[in-house]
Design a binder for this molecule. Structure first.
Ligand code: GTP
Ligand code: MG
Length: 412
């Protein structure tokens, strides 16, 4: 079996007030060196890269000694699966009215499936991103005002499309949901999102041709929530001032929506790991210094500070936890491992568990076949659930960590 078309990639958008650490987080996730500076509006053009979400690899459950990933990597029994990340310019309150850099650049995030909203949990920058005494700015106020800007951006895009296109065609539409969906598909919104948002806005019994402007606005807010869910990165958690603020953010937004993070700590440890100074697996609760004699006193001090102010109190730098929550909790994705040889659990060249794909919960085996290759979907005959050694049909709903061989007319 030849996989020529990759399963659609997921995109995580990084948004937030200016100067809160968005690019630091992006760099810590992707190891791409980007412009980072302690002043507002350092980033202008978007940065795009690949991060890896961490998950216990299925080879452990199967009792294998290892695997040979074709994309991503596997370390100490953990599979790191690629996801795309995008870092954009910073927002300020009033951006929707053109303040700061405005919010036009948010259109870069139309393709995002989920957003990481970075907040300065140390309260060390004012609402315009200028450096202030840590603890003097209010991260809860920041979180709310930037969320308002994100919602304004999304709402304005929808209202514009509604007024320019949807309102004209919806009057005679046989299937209004389809008309809405087709017109806003550029926002990477799925049919199910449109249906969910209509229901959540309490508009199911009102034909969209009769919606008022406030109905459209209500629909757009619900649509933003379902199609671009947000996880908050309470960043700069290394500052002592962040402790109470993290609690306040959790109190305001809910525990499931907030992760204490130190993007800077992650970036420092990963760089040290890249140059061989420390052993560190992203997401771990600690790192190991290989040879203390190879480090300067200053370097040792910084690493010790990270251990005391971030790793010990929070259990990790929070960066992998952010990715985990974005991909597995917010997007509710599962991992599946297609193989060509169900006995060796490998591709034709003998690479064990070469691919780990992220798919939506509820995806059937045939839908997976289609997303790998149209011809594979069209020629689908049956599949083999390699873990349970049984044949499954096209309507089999994939489970997390399934290992499957797809048999199609292609592979005959
Ligand atoms: N102490 C601490 N400082 C951080 C952390 N993350 C970022 N910073 C610092 O915050 C400043 C801004 O970082 P950037 O990553 O450039 O912020 P940004 O949000 O991308 O800023 P703009 O692109 O200008 O909107 C830099 O001085 C970083 O070193 C963190 O976790 N802890
Ligand atoms: Mg930046």
């Amino acid at each position: 079996m030849c996989y020529t078309v990759p399963v659609p990639e997921r995109i995580i958008g990084i948004v937030g007030k200016t100067n809160v650490g968005k690019s630091t987080l992006f760099s810590a996730m992707t190891m791409i060196p980007v412009k980072i500076a302690d002043h507002p509006f350092t980033t202008i053009e978007p940065n795009i890269g690949v991060a890896y979400v961490k998950k216990r690899c299925v080879h452990v459950e199967l009792g294998l000694t290892g695997c040979n990933p074709r994309t991503g990597f596997c370390v100490k029994g953990f599979r790191f699966i690629p996801v795309k990340v995008m870092d954009v310019a910073g927002l300020v309150p009033g951006a929707h009215r053109g303040r700061g850099l405005g919010n036009k650049f948010m259109d870069d995030l139309r393709q995002a499936d989920v957003l990481i909203h970075v907040v300065d949990a140390a309260g060390s920058t004012d609402l315009d991103g200028n450096r202030v005494k840590p603890g003097s700015a209010d991260p809860v106020e920041e979180a709310k005002s930037i969320l308002f800007e994100i919602n304004e951006w999304f709402k304005n895009v929808i209202v514009r499309i509604w007024e320019n296109k949807i309102s004209r065609t919806i009057v005679t539409a046989q299937n209004p949901v389809e008309v809405i969906y087709q017109n806003i598909s550029g926002l990477n919104v799925k049919r199910a999102h449109v249906i969910d948002a209509i229901r959540q806005a309490g508009l199911d019994s009102k034909h969209p041709k009769n919606w008022s402007l406030s109905d459209v606005v209500e629909f757009s807010l619900k649509l933003r929530e379902v199609s671009k869910p947000i996880i908050v990165a309470a960043n700069k958690a290394d500052f002592p001032e962040a402790k109470d603020n993290v609690k306040r953010l959790i109190g305001e937004l809910g525990e499931e929506n907030v992760v204490p993070v130190s993007a800077l700590a992650e970036l420092i440890i990963r760089k040290a790991s890249q140059t061989g100074l420390v052993d560190y697996v992203p997401g771990d609760a600690d790192f190991e210094i290989r040879d203390p004699a190879a480090l300067t006193r200053e370097q040792l001090k910084v690493l010790e500070m990270i251990r005391e102010s971030v790793l010990k109190p929070h259990g990790s730098t929070g960066v992998q936890e952010l990715l985990r929550r974005a991909v597995f909790d917010k997007l509710k994705l599962i991992a599946v491992y297609p193989v060509a040889d169900e006995s060796r659990l490998s591709d034709h060249s003998g690479n064990v568990l070469p691919d780990a794909y992220l798919v939506e919960r509820g995806t059937t085996i045939r839908e997976l076949a289609y997303s790998i290759h149209t011809a594979l979907g069209e020629g689908f005959l049956y599949a083999i659930d390699a873990k349970r050694r049984r044949r499954v049909g096209e309507s089999y709903v994939l489970a997390d960590d399934d290992v499957v061989k797809i048999v199609s007319t292609l592979s005959r």
